[in-house]
Design a protein around this ligand. Structure first.
Ligand code: FAD
Length: 500
C-alpha cells in the first residue's frame, strides 16, 4: 500500500519508525494494565486523538487503540523527502477554525504557503491525449468537447462553472435537508439534464475527480456539501479582509493555505504526547460487542479490552470488515457497508534539477492520462519546488493500483518523461501510497453516492448502544481535517452525556 524512497530500491520503513520514535515510550508500547478504561477510542487520526484528549480533560480514563505503527491516520508526512510533502491531508484554509485552534493548543505552528504560492504562480500545463496544449490554444482545440459558450474554460474549471450556474438550490449548508431529496441523484444525471454530454462530463468532471470514482457514483447533494464548504472558506476570507480593512478575496495576504510546520503529521504527534492514558499501536480491531452499559473490543492479535463505552473513528470503508455484535440498526448497518470512498494513489517525485526551466513550461500539470494531476510542492522553507506530487484519482488510481506501487512508480516516471522529455533521468521516487490499498483507510475521503444522503445520512453517526462514532465521514458542516475535529466535539459530548 505504501513505499518509501528507499523501499523503491531496498526494503525499509523509515518514516513509520521515525514517527513511532518521536512518541514517548509509554505511548508507543504496551498498555500499563492499570485498571479498566472508561472509554476505548479506536483510531489515532485527528478525530480519535481529539476525542481521547477531550474525554481525558473531562476526567475519563481512555485507552486508544491504533492499527498502524504511527499516529495521524490520513495525515501522513514524508519526513525523509525534501520539503516533507504530504501523502494525506494537505492544507487548511481560512475557515478551519478548529485546526487553527489545535495548532495553538498543541504548540504546532501553522505556516501560510499562500504568499509564496501567489508570488510564484506559474499555473499548470495542460496535457490532452499525451500532448501539451498551450492554454491559449484550448478554446479552438479539436479535442475541446465543451459548447461554444464554455470553450474558453479549462477542463478543471468546467464542472465548477456548471454547478455555479445550475445548482438547483442556494441554501447549500442544508445540503442534507429532506426537502432536497429530489436532488440526491448522480452528478452524471444532473449534468446531463443541463445539456452536458458524456465527452464533456468525462473530461470536465471525471478526469482528476474530486469526489467519487466517476460522476455516476457521487450524489449532487455530496457536491452541494463540498461547494458549501468551499463557500464557507471563501466567506471567511472576505470576513478577514473586512476586519483588516484591506482588499478582499484574491489578495494573498488574506488567504490561508496552511500547513503545520515540519509536516502536518507534527500535529497528531504533538497531540499524542498530551495523552495521559495508553496509546497502543498494531491493534487492528476485528470485533466490537456492545450492550446498553458497556462495550468490548477484540483485536486481530487476540487481545481483548473492555470499557463503559467505545468510540470508533475508523472510516466506514474499514469498519465494514469489523464484526459488530449486535448489528446496528438497519440503515446504519447499510451506511457502514455502502458509504462511498474516493480512490487516490500518490507518487512523490524529487526532481534532481528544475527541468521546467529547460522546457519553459509550468512544473505543475493537469493531464487526462495516467499521471492525473502533478502538483509542484513548495512545502520547504524556501520558495523552491522541493518535490512533485502525482495525484491519481478515481479511475486513474484504480488503473495504476492494478500494477502495484513498484511497477506503478516505474510507469509513472516513464510516462512523465514521455510527456516532458526535459525531465528525463531527473526524477527520483520519494514515496508512494495507495489509499485504496491501505487496509486502515481502504479509500480516501467519504463520498455520499446517489440516494445515500436521503437514505442514511441521518443514521451515520447515531450511537449504537455504547458504541459512538466520529471521523470526517460523520461531519456535516465542514470537511477533511476540520470535519475530523468537528466530529470529535460532537462525539465527546455524546460520550460524556452517557458515561460521565
Ligand atoms: C491524499 C489526501 C489529501 C487530503 N487533503 C486534505 C486537505 O487538503 N485538507 C483537508 O482538510 N483534508 C484533507 N484530507 C482529508 C483529511 O486528511 C482527513 O479527512 C482526516 O485526516 C481524517 O481524520 P479522521 O480522524 O476522521 O480519520 P483517520 O485519519 O483515517 O483516522 C482513523 C484511524 O483509524 C485507524 N484504523 C482504521 N481501521 C482500524 C482498525 N481496524 N483497527 C484499529 N485502527 C484502525 C486508522 O489507522 C486511522 O489512524 C486529505 C486526505 C488524503 C488522504
Amino acid at each position: 500500500m505504501s513505499i518509501t524512497r528507499r523501499e523503491f530500491v531496498v526494503s525499509s520503513a523509515a518514516t513509520a519508525a521515525a514517527v513511532a520514535a518521536a512518541l514517548p515510550a509509554s505511548r508507543a508500547h504496551a498498555a500499563t494494565g492499570s485498571g479498566e478504561p472508561d472509554v476505548i477510542v479506536i483510531g489515532a487520526g485527528l478525530s480519535g486523538l481529539e476525542t481521547a484528549i477531550t474525554l481525558e480533560e473531562n476526567g475519563l480514563k481512555v485507552l486508544l487503540l491504533e492499527g498502524r505503527q504511527r499516529v495521524g491516520g490520513r495525515i501522513y508526512s514524508l519526513f525523509d523527502v525534501p520539503g516533507h510533502p504530504e501523502v494525506g491531508g494537505n492544507t487548511i484554509a481560512n475557515a478551519y477554525g478548529r485546526c487553527i485552534a489545535a495548532g495553538a493548543k498543541y504548540g504546532v505552528e501553522i505556516v501560510n504557503l499562500a504568499p509564496k504560492m501567489f508570488a510564484n504562480r506559474s499555473g499548470q500545463a495542460l496535457y490532452i491525449d499525451g500532448e501539451h496544449v498551450p492554454l491559449q490554444n484550448w478554446p479552438t482545440h479539436p479535442k475541446n468537447p465543451f459548447p461554444a459558450a464554455q470553450k474558453q474554460l479549462p477542463p478543471w474549471g468546467w464542472s465548477n462553472a456548471m454547478f455555479k450556474e445550475h445548482m438547483p438550490f442556494q441554501d447549500l449548508e442544508n445540503w442534507y435537508d429532506p426537502k432536497y431529496a429530489q436532488y440526491d441523484v448522480s452528478v452524471h444525471d444532473f449534468l446531463t439534464s443541463k445539456g452536458a454530454n458524456d465527452a464533456m462530463i468525462r473530461l470536465g468532471f471525471d478526469t482528476n475527480i474530486a469526489y467519487g470514482t466517476t460522476s455516476h457514483d457521487v450524489s449532487l447533494l455530496q457536491q452541494a456539501f463540498a461547494d458549501n464548504w468551499q463557500n464557507v472558506n471563501r466567506g471567511a476570507i472576505m470576513g478577514f479582509s473586512r476586519g483588516g480593512g484591506t482588499a478582499g478575496a484574491g489578495n494573498a495576504a488574506n488567504i490561508l493555505v496552511g500547513v503545520y510546520r515540519g509536516g502536518n503529521q507534527m500535529l497528531p504527534i504533538a497531540m499524542a504526547k498530551r495523552l495521559k492514558g495508553d496509546l497502543l499501536f498494531g491493534k487492528s480491531v476485528a470485533a466490537i460487542s456492545v450492550t446498553d452499559s458497556g462495550a468490548s473490543v477484540r483485536c486481530s492479535d487476540g487481545t481483548r479490552y473492555q470499557a463503559k463505552a467505545v468510540v470508533c473513528s475508523m472510516p466506514f470503508s474499514t469498519l465494514r470488515h469489523v464484526a459488530l455484535d449486535p448489528l446496528p440498526a438497519p440503515l446504519q448497518h447499510k451506511a457502514i457497508q455502502m458509504l462511498g470512498y474516493i480512490p487516490i494513489t500518490q507518487f512523490h517525485l524529487v526532481p534532481k534539477k528544475p527541468f521546467w526551466e529547460s522546457d519553459g513550461l509550468p512544473a505543475s500539470m493537469w493531464t487526462d492520462g495516467m499521471l492525473g494531476m502533478v502538483l509542484a510542492q513548495q512545502f520547504g522553507e524556501t520558495d523552491q519546488v522541493t518535490s512533485l506530487t502525482v495525484w491519481c484519482r478515481g479511475l486513474a488510481a484504480q488503473y495504476i493500483d492494478r500494477f502495484g506501487l513498484q511497477d506503478g512508480a516505474r510507469m509513472i516516471i516513464a510516462e512523465f518523461e514521455r510527456l516532458r522529455p526535459a525531465a528525463k533521468g531527473l526524477l527520483e521516487l520519494g514515496g508512494a501510497h495507495s489509499w485504496a490499498a491501505d487496509p486502515f483507510a481502504a479509500g480516501d475521503w467519504a463520498i455520499y453516492q446517489p440516494g445515500q444522503v436521503t437514505e442514511f445520512r441521518h443514521a451515520v453517526a447515531e450511537p449504537h448502544k455504547r458504541l459512538f462514532f466520529c471521523g470526517e465521514h460523520t461531519s456535516v458542516g465542514s470537511r477533511g481535517m476540520e470535519g475530523a475535529f468537528e466530529s470529535a466535539e460532537r462525539v465527546a459530548l455524546e460520550v460524556l452525556g452517557a458515561v460521565a
